[in-house]
Design a binder for this molecule. Structure first.
Ligand SMILES: *Cc1c(COP(=O)(O)O)cnc(C)c1O
Length: 452
């Protein structure tokens, strides 16, 4: 019985899949935050690499070439393995066949490198010398640090101060790969100085870190900003996951009935789902796609569809999204990468069109099944990925009840070896679930300006 389904390096996809070209209803346009008019790629050029800005708004090209230089760097860890989780199946005594795509094999430990390499490459090709970004839990900053080094760019990462202090190893990783890591708020930008003047002990937030990173990019020549999730071009780059998985499932002689990914801003879920979804859209397949979000940050299961900002501070374009409101402050769960208030515009439209489903997972269930996965399949999952595992287990147990032999595929977005303090807390019995009341949710979403 084959355990791992492997592809050759020559089978790394040559194109990314742009699902927007195939969508029956296109997402509503991104709006300029000032004029409220639809955005054009040129509006994004001051902030993002131009190729990335064009990809962001591309609604017509179904396939977009992966530059040969990026494919070459993908070889460091791609194609990633597809693995049949026989041991987990046995522990659950389920007739379901469970497969996972193992994105934890990337040197940075998560899927985020798939987009970091692409974005760093375009910045380099367009003649830039410096790039900036922000990072919360540190996974995106880590991936971009390595990508910047690979393509010879200088990188400044604004890391939320509380994470800078609490996640020293992610900071060390970024510095190991040569990035400059700055605790945010900092004295290096106007936005940072203003906040520190008003409240000298402020521990920082993603919103502040974003404004600092954008300010630096706009004020420095040859410098642009990058983002690791939520936006369409990031999901586009992540489709290498699903495109490889499609070939590997064929090697296994199966096709998934259910595809599952954990859900923060949506990039890894999109990456594993869209290539399979194109066969649903074209007709013929009836695969279910399930986004697994934390109960403490339930934008898809309990948010509303509305134009909202992508960041707390309100600097980004207005995005048509399922959102809990950009001022929503999620509980401090250990799956830091899932603590985001909204869903990307493509996912939000697919959700409206009922082409995807969403489930919410409590923190204790994510660790319970994350631990079961570690003890059966050997890999300690990232706390984020453990949400996908919990959703997959729930479906496998349902299949057992129904006596149905379902084929379940989930994305293992990353490993948890730098998150062991979270496992320590779980094993010590110190973690809790979080329940949000309808009032808590309404408080934030009711503040949003009604544009749709
Ligand atoms: C960042 C991250 C996520 C969440 O981001 P998405 O854009 O929703 O994929 C999930 N898992 C891991 C391991 C991450 O680093």
């Amino acid at each position: 019985m084959t355990k791992k389904f492997l592809l050759n390096e020559s089978e790394i996809p040559e194109k990314w899949y742009n699902i927007v070209a195939d969508m029956p209803h296109k997402p509503l346009p991104l709006l300029h935050p000032g004029t409220k008019q639809p955005l054009h790629p040129e509006d994004l050029y001051p902030i993002f690499a131009e190729e990335v800005a064009r990809q962001e708004l591309n609604q017509t090209d179904q396939w977009i070439d992966i530059p040969e230089e990026v494919r070459d760097k993908y070889k460091i860890y791609r194609p990633s393995p597809l693995v049949r989780a026989y041991n987990l199946e046995k522990a659950l005594d389920t007739p379901a066949h469970i497969y996972f795509k193992n994105e934890s094999v990337s040197p940075v430990g998560s899927h985020k490198l798939n987009s970091a390499l692409a974005q760093a490459y375009y910045c380099k090709k367009e003649g830039l010398t410096h790039i900036t970004t922000e990072t919360g839990a540190g996974q995106w900053g880590t991936a971009l640090s390595f990508a910047a080094k690979v393509f010879g760019l200088e990188l400044a990462v604004y890391m939320v101060k509380v994470s800078y202090e609490q996640k020293p190893y992610r900071r060390s990783l970024m510095q190991t790969w040569g990035a400059q890591v700055i605790a945010s708020p900092s004295m290096s930008t106007k936005a940072g100085r203003k906040i520190l003047t008003d409240s000298p002990t402020y521990q920082g937030s993603l919103g502040t870190a974003i404004s600092e990173a954008i300010e630096l990019a706009m004020s420095m020549p040859n410098c642009k900003y990058t983002l690791g999730s939520v936006l369409n071009h990031v999901s586009l780059h992540q489709t290498v996951i699903g495109l490889e998985a499609e070939k590997q499932m064929a090697l296994a002689g199966e096709y998934p009935d259910i595809v599952i990914g954990c859900f923060g801003g949506g990039s890894n879920f999109s990456g594993i789902s869209y290539p399979f979804m194109r066969h649903n859209i074209a007709g013929g397949k009836k695969t279910r796609f399930i986004a697994a979000e934390p109960s403490s940050c339930p934008k898809l299961t309990r948010g509303i569809f509305q134009y909202d900002f992508g960041d707390e501070a309100g600097y980004t374009p207005l995005l048509p999204m399922f959102t809990l409101g950009h001022n929503f402050a999620p509980a401090h769960i250990h799956a830091g990468g899932l603590r985001y208030h909204g869903a990307g515009t493509i996912i939000s439209q697919l959700m409206k069109d009922r082409m995807i489903e969403a489930v919410d997972i409590q923190q204790l269930d994510s660790f319970k099944y994350g631990l079961l996965f570690a003890r059966t399949e050997g890999i300690v999952p990232a706390p984020e990925s453990a949400h996908a595992i919990a959703a997959a287990v729930n479906e496998a147990l349902k299949a057992k009840e129904e006596g149905a032999s379902k084929v379940i595929l989930f994305n293992l977005s990353g490993h948890g070896l730098i998150d062991m303090s979270a496992y320590d807390s779980y094993l010590a019995g110190d973690l809790t679930n979080y329940d949000l009341s309808d009032e808590d949710i309404a408080k934030n979403v009711n503040q949003l300006e009604k544009i749709v």
